[in-house]
Write a protein that binds this ligand. Structure first.
Ligand code: UD1
Ligand code: CA
Length: 455
């Protein structure tokens, strides 16, 4: 049985923020959400999050996710934090307790698996690293035969111990029942007057429990966030990791350093993404999609061979195969663009279906509309879908031609093959196959001259 405890009670003073540290985001998601994803990949019986500073905010943000919360108030060290979780944990001597940090967001499941493996049956395992500059970290102290004997915190270390470069990342896996016992024996007689979780190592050794170690697959996995600068650094690292994964999958990136994925991006074969694009939520790009520079796509599904041109903004929308979107197009939630359709510059779609082969190429607002196939929507067309209180539908049937600068005052229907003259304000249905227009008569005033300035 696996129990996971995530420490998230610390204040994060150096973030200089009203928000608890673990709610600060990496790739658009709270750091704690990243840790939870790694934790859940191990299929634990139980996850307990130890909260303290901003406890309510953290609990609210993660309510209804099957987590348990332990309150640590005040914060008296990492050992004290794990103690608060103990009443919620279950299992015996053979069961494991894995301790993670809420502010170490990039740790990967494979590394945690390796740590659990290293622990063996009933042992204690530490995730350690060897650093060129170990300052600030707890040091791994080994005996003459290379066996781990204890951890000494930087502030408590002698100059000789400070010279040790193998450090404690803070992540460890312990046998549950012995851990309970060791935690009960911790003292806070140290430089920080805290109950150190790291002191359980010495107690395990005294009890004859085997202490082993594992190392993270990549050193960025154990980087912590204590400041905005470190947050920004981890953001870049994580974006780089995601870009590399996309390249390995065969996605072509104009510049892997100028791509931001905040969520999940699924790409088919031969997808090309130009510089400066941001992908949020769940985005799917089918085979052969090309995304131009500086586009934002959030929760979008883009069909094969479709081109999204520069500076387009797409949210909650679906685009079918071989369509052309942008440059400067905006697809809002409920936009549903059919195959081979075109949505051009400064065209906005909301809750609107644009059928196969239909075109809205310039300057239009199409909201709450159902537009058939092969429809031509002229420049400046606007669906007047809102009376200030309610929204109404516009229906445009197949093969209609909507002249430029037309207002469609919904609810209204344009029949199949109908033509609307430029500048029409359509307030009643336009019959199929006929020309409908509303136009003020054009006048020319003979002999008119421009006003003159008074002397
Ligand atoms: C800890 C380790 C140190 C290790 C380092 C790695 C101890 C005593 N020391 O030191 O060996 O090298 O991490 O970064 O464990 N937290 C609580 N409640 C508390 C104290 C901390 O929830 O009372 C949480 C923090 O929010 C944070 C984590 O535990 O997520 C680590 O706390 P931090 O103060 O950063 O530990 P360090 O002193 O850096
Ligand atoms: Ca720390």
């Amino acid at each position: 049985m696996l129990n996971i405890v995530i420490l998230a009670a610390g204040q994060g003073t150096r973030m200089r923020s009203a928000q608890p540290k673990v709610l600060h985001a990496i790739a658009g998601e709270p750091m704690l959400a990243h840790v939870l994803r790694a934790a859940r990949a191990l299929a634990p019986e139980r996850i307990v999050v130890v909260v303290g500073h901003g406890a309510e905010q953290v609990q609210q943000a993660f309510a209804g996710q099957g987590l348990q919360f332990a309150l640590q108030q005040p914060q008296q060290g990492t050992g004290h934090a794990v103690m608060q979780a103990m009443p919620l944990l279950q299992g015996g001597a053979d069961d494991a307790c894995l301790v993670l940090y809420g502010d170490v967001p990039l740790v990967q499941p494979a590394t945690l698996q390796a740590l659990l493996q290293a622990r063996g049956l009933g042992g204690l395992a530490l995730l350690t690293e060897t650093l060129a500059d170990p300052a600030g970290y707890g040091r791994i102290v080994r005996d003459g035969r290379g066996r781990i004997v204890r951890i000494v915190e930087h502030k408590d270390a002698t100059p000789q111990e400070q010279a040790l470069r193998e450090v404690n990342t803070g992540i460890l896996a312990a046998p549950l029942e012995p851990l309970r016992r060791w935690l009960g024996r911790l003292s806070n007689d140290n430089a920080q007057a805290e109950y150190y979780l790291t002191d359980v190592v010495g107690l395990a050794v005294a009890d004859g429990v085997a202490v082993s170690h594992a190392q993270p697959a990549a050193s960025w996995e154990t980087l912590g966030v204590n400041s905005r600068a470190q947050q920004a650094e981890l953001e870049r690292i994580w974006q780089g990791v995601q870009a590399q994964r996309l390249l390995e999958q065969g996605v072509s990136l104009a510049d892997p350093a100028r791509l931001d994925v905040r969520g999940t991006l699924h790409c088919g074969r031969d997808v090309h993404i130009d510089v400066g694009c941001v992908f949020e939520g769940a985005v799917r790009l089918a085979d052969g999609v090309r995304v131009g520079p500086y586009c934002v796509l959030r929760d979008a599904d883009i069909g094969a061979a479709t081109a999204i041109e520069a500076f387009s903004h797409i949210e909650g929308a679906r685009v079918a195969d071989a369509a052309r979107i942008g440059p400067y197009a905006r697809l809002r939630p409920g936009a549903d663009v059919g195959p081979e359709a075109h949505v051009g510059n400064f065209v906005e779609l909301k809750q609107t279906r644009l059928g196969r082969g239909s075109k809205a190429n310039h300057l239009a607002y199409l909201g709450d509309a159902r537009i058939g196939e092969r429809v031509n929507v002229g420049a400046g067309t606007i669906t007047c879908n809102y009376d200030g209180v309610n929204k109404f539908q516009t229906v445009i049937e197949d093969d209609a031609f909507i002249g430029s600068d037309t207002q469609l005052v919904a609810p209204v229907r344009v029949g199949a093959g109908a033509t609307l003259g430029a500048g029409t304000t359509l307030v009643r249905d336009a019959p199929a196959g006929q020309l409908t227009l509303s136009r003020a008569p054009q006048e020319t005033i003979p002999g008119w001259s421009r006003p003159k300035r008074k002397p």
